[in-house]
Design a protein around this ligand. Structure first.
Ligand SMILES: Cc1cc2nc3c(=O)[nH]c(=O)nc-3n(C[C@H](O)[C@H](O)[C@H](O)COP(=O)(O)O)c2cc1C
Length: 336
């Protein structure tokens, strides 16, 4: 599958996730061979006001895969200007329009998934972006607003008409948020009615799921969100499986290296003060399922010092790799 000049091969892509898919996360995914990675969603209104927060979301760090910047907004004029800013900002290789975010604040402004309810306006927004960027354009949609209005196929056709190069389908209604089960049949339905690439998304939790989604829906690529948190290997493992190779288990050393690299990159990227708080979640993902994970999480949740958090993580992973009971680790490192 091609998005503009970019070969989406292997066909497994990390999803945009607000607060998560920042440059350090994307860099870790790039190390596992992803062909493209999405930014957190960026407010078009904030970007055109040159707000710091929005501009910061356009940043990249060395070693990342090509970047798709995802925009959300309900005013075609604002989306047009934002698309121009993204295009002039050399970092982006692709632009995406968010038609899937169900967050109250976003929907109240008429953006995100609210646009699934207003197909004509959705078309205008996509057209405005298309006219103002030379970059390939993707559009990320849901199954519809609610089960009374299953219009993914209609919106996908509009997006194609307005110049989208690929459609990403999250098989849930906006009203479902993240509850229930993603409906992969919606992905198959959109794919069967469209002559541009379709990326399937929703509830892929293992490499096997990722390959299965392609087989079952006929989609051209798979986007993985939550299952990639603290688990960038899901991309290389899915690629191996897709290529008919055996899936390689992640060694404790690899896990340790990745978690600490992610932590250090985050500290460099957002500064130590913010990183300490963000790492409570980030390191929590990497230790998930390991012995002593709960105690480790509790320990770093009270830490206000980056050095302490990093030392605790080093100690946790070192003992974990030696096969020791990691529960005692919090005691190894003196309190924060
Ligand atoms: C914390 C979080 C933040 C998200 N932020 C965005 C976002 O900024 N833009 C977007 O299009 N989707 C966003 N999503 C939705 C994901 O991209 C994806 O569609 C959804 O999680 C389903 O895929 P999954 O089952 O693989 O997680 C977010 C999801 C989560 C869990």
């Amino acid at each position: 599958m091609l998005v503009g000049p970019i070969h989406i091969d292997p066909p497994f892509i990390p999803a945009p996730m607000a607060g998560i898919s920042n440059p350090p996360f994307r860099r870790l995914c790039a190390e596992q061979g992803v062909p493209l990675a999405y930014s957190e969603m960026v407010s078009a209104e904030g970007l055109i006001r040159r707000e710091k927060k929005g501009l910061a979301l356009l940043a990249r760090i060395p070693g990342e895969a090509p970047l798709c910047v995802q925009l959300f907004g309900a005013r075609p004029a604002a989306m047009a200007e934002a698309a121009r800013i993204v295009t002039d900002h050399a970092a982006a290789a692709v632009v995406d329009v968010n038609l899937g975010c169900p967050a109250k604040k976003v929907v109240k402004s008429g953006a995100g998934a609210a646009l699934m309810r207003r197909p004509a306006l959705a078309g205008e927004v996509i057209a405005a972006v298309r006219r103002n960027t030379t970059l390939p354009l993707t559009v990320k949609i849901r199954s519809g607003w609610n089960s009374a209005s299953p219009n993914a196929r209609q919106i996908a056709l509009i997006a194609r008409e307005e110049g989208a190069d690929a459609i990403i389908v999250h098989g849930r209604y906006a009203k479902q948020g993240f509850t229930g089960q993603a409906d992969w049949d919606v992905i198959a339905d959109v794919k069967s009615g469209l002559n541009i690439p379709v990326v399937g998304n929703g509830d892929v939790t293992t490499p096997r799921d990722a390959v299965e989604m392609i087989r079952r829906t006929g989609c051209d690529a798979v986007m993985i969100g939550r299952a990639a948190r603290g688990n960038p290997w899901i991309f290389s493992q899915a690629a191996d499986l897709w290529a008919g190779k055996e899936v390689r288990a992640v060694s404790p050393t690899e896990r340790r290296r990745a978690a600490l690299a992610h932590a250090r990159l985050l500290a460099e990227h957002v500064g130590s003060k913010r990183a300490v708080f963000m790492l409570r979640a980030v390191l929590g993902w990497y230790v998930k399922g390991l012995p002593g994970a709960t105690a480790f999480r509790q320990a770093i949740n009270t830490s206000l010092s980056l050095e302490w958090t990093l030392a605790a993580a080093e100690a946790f992973f070192a003992a974990s790799a030696r096969g020791h009971d990691a529960v005692d680790l919090a005691k190894v490192v003196s309190g924060p």
